[in-house]
Each structure stands twice: as C-alpha cells, then as structure tokens.
Design a protein around this ligand. Sequence first.
Ligand SMILES: Nc1ncnc2c1ncn2[C@@H]1O[C@H](COP(=O)(O)OP(=O)(O)O)[C@@H](O)[C@H]1O
Ligand SMILES: O=P(O)(O)OC[C@H]1O[C@](O)(COP(=O)(O)O)[C@@H](O)[C@@H]1O
Length: 307
Amino acid sequence: MIYTVTLNPAIDKTIVLDSLNLGHVNRSLFSRDDIGGKGINVAKVIKKLGHNVVAMGFIGRENSNYVYKKLYEYGICCDFIEVDGETRTNIKIVEEREGRFTDINQLGFETDNFDLENLIKRIKSRVNSNDVVVLSGSLPKGLNVDTYKIMIEKLKEIGVKIILDAEGEALRKGIEAGPLLIKPNLNELKTIVNCGESLEDIKKAVSVIVDKGITTVVSMGEKGAILFNKDECFYSKPIKVDVKSTVGAGDSMVAAFAIGIHDNLPFEESFRLSIAASTAKVTKEGSQAPDRNEILKYLELVEIQRR
Ligand SMILES: Nc1ncnc2c1ncn2[C@@H]1O[C@H](COP(=O)(O)OP(=O)(O)O)[C@@H](O)[C@H]1O
Ligand SMILES: O=P(O)(O)OC[C@H]1O[C@](O)(COP(=O)(O)O)[C@@H](O)[C@@H]1O
C-alpha cells in the first residue's frame, strides 16, 4: 500500500485573471476550488493511475466535511486526525496574458507534538515493510523543523520506504534521517544547498545527498527534471504543452515515484512516468489531477537522456 501524509493540507483557490494589477481592484475571469496540499495531490494522481492509496495527516475540524467530500469524489481512502481550526485556503493566481503563475500559501491551522505523536502511532499501526510512505509539504504552526526527521526515524524502524518532499530546514533535517527519495524543485533545493542552475552545478550540489544513498530528483519547471542516484543520472527535457496551471506538477512526479518504488520499477521507468504525469498535470486547470489516459498519452513522448 502507498500512504501519503499531509501535515498541512489546503483548499487551492485558483483565480484566473487577464493580468494582475497590484494596488487596484481586479476582476477574475474564472475561478475554481480544488482539494490540495502536497500529499493529497500525490494521492489524487496515484488513485487516477489505478493504485490504492490511503491519505493521512491532519485536517482542520471546522471545514473537514468539505475536505472529506472532495476526497470522496476522487475515491481516495482517508484516515486523517482532525485538529482545531480550518484547513487553509491557498490562493493560486493565473495571469493569462503573461502566462504567469503566482501562489499565496497560507500558514494554516496550529497543531502540536501531542497530535504528531498520535499521527505517528496511527501511521505505525497501519504500515508494514512493503509499504511506501510519502511525507510532503510545509509544516503547520506548532511543529518543530525536525518533525520529518522524527517521523522518518520512527517509520524506518518498520522498514517502510519513505519519500520526502519538503523545503528549508524541514527538508535538511529530514535528509539526516535518510529517506529513500527526495524531490525538490530548484528553488526548494536552493533552500538547503548553494547551487547554480546548470546540470553540472546541480550535480555537484546534490552529491552530498546522493552519497548518503538518497535518490534525488530535481524538477526545474519548464526546464525539465533530473534524477541522481549513486549509479545513475537521467535528464528529461520538458514536453511542450499548453500550460493551464503548474500547481501540483511536482506532486504528480512524486506520485509516479511512489508507484515505481512500490512496484519495484527501475528508476528510469519511474522517472519517465513522473515526467508524463507532471506534463499531463500542467495541462489541467487548478490543482485537479490528470486522468490515467492523459498521463499515458504523454508517456510515449518523454525523452530520457542518460547523463
Ligand atoms: N511550463 C511547463 N511546461 C512543461 N512541463 C512543465 C512545466 N512546468 C512544469 N512542468 C513539468 O512538471 C515538472 C515539475 O514542475 P516544477 O515546477 O519543477 O515542480 P513543483 O510543482 O514542485 O514546483 C517539471 O519537471 C516538468 O516535467
Ligand atoms: O505545503 P506548502 O509547501 O505550503 O504547499 C502547498 C501547496 O502545494 C501544492 O500541493 C502544490 O505543490 P506543487 O506545485 O509543488 O506540486 C498545492 O496544492 C498547495 O496549495
């Protein structure tokens, strides 16, 4: 089984404008709400690809019915711990004229170590060594930067395979505990290592992480993505598509790796699926997950280069 853990989920409110006029009244052309947050987006894509998944983590009690309803529409099995307050709403601004995407992510509800202990107990009671656990997204207020590190240490006692998708100190500390794979985008990578933008710069910057045995996938938006592990390095250039929203592109990649690790696929194959899934995602409005057929359509177009 694949489990996703979202400590700070979100309702993504996408607002499409011609162009954002700062300091003035702006009128939207179109808007939509999607259930999101990194782990939940991962779960949506895993489900669309026909795999079973359980979405875990925290949700705010005040609007939990809405969140459950949206997850139910995706057919996702969930097991969340409810905490006081609301699941946050994150604003995603799409400017059609510029083709520019701006995200405003809120802090979200507050939680504490007592809730975290309960969540870890809940996860440990469900998982076994054949399972994959995806830990992703920002930490809610009240949790320490070593939260992912602690979670990884505890889950590794059971032998589960762990993917971590975070940034800053939470990622840096999490890496110390040795997840199997991380997937920072270039900006997220720069929050933990000094790094330029060329493939050589990135390779040098991630070598300390890769040497620990952690497969590192660096996504670079419209410049494609690169995978490093101890034995291999693959690059994929992006596929040209009409981009509607980039929200959840990285999460779609993570979904593909979760499936690949769960099914023991070679990394090259998982990487290929991750590029297809993220390409299909960016063609969709808001943070809605692409359908399986849409992902498979792009799979044939992915070009992987061994570096
Ligand atoms: N403008 C784009 N055109 C084509 N593919 C894209 C575009 N933006 C993102 N992607 C695809 O999505 C992947 C992840 O995007 P990225 O923005 O790096 O991740 P994140 O959502 O984590 O910030 C890219 O490696 C690429 O495959
Ligand atoms: O937890 P964070 O870092 O605030 O990110 C939350 C946001 O990330 C998303 O999961 C999208 O992530 P990606 O674009 O990195 O795939 C949104 O659904 C959500 O609003």
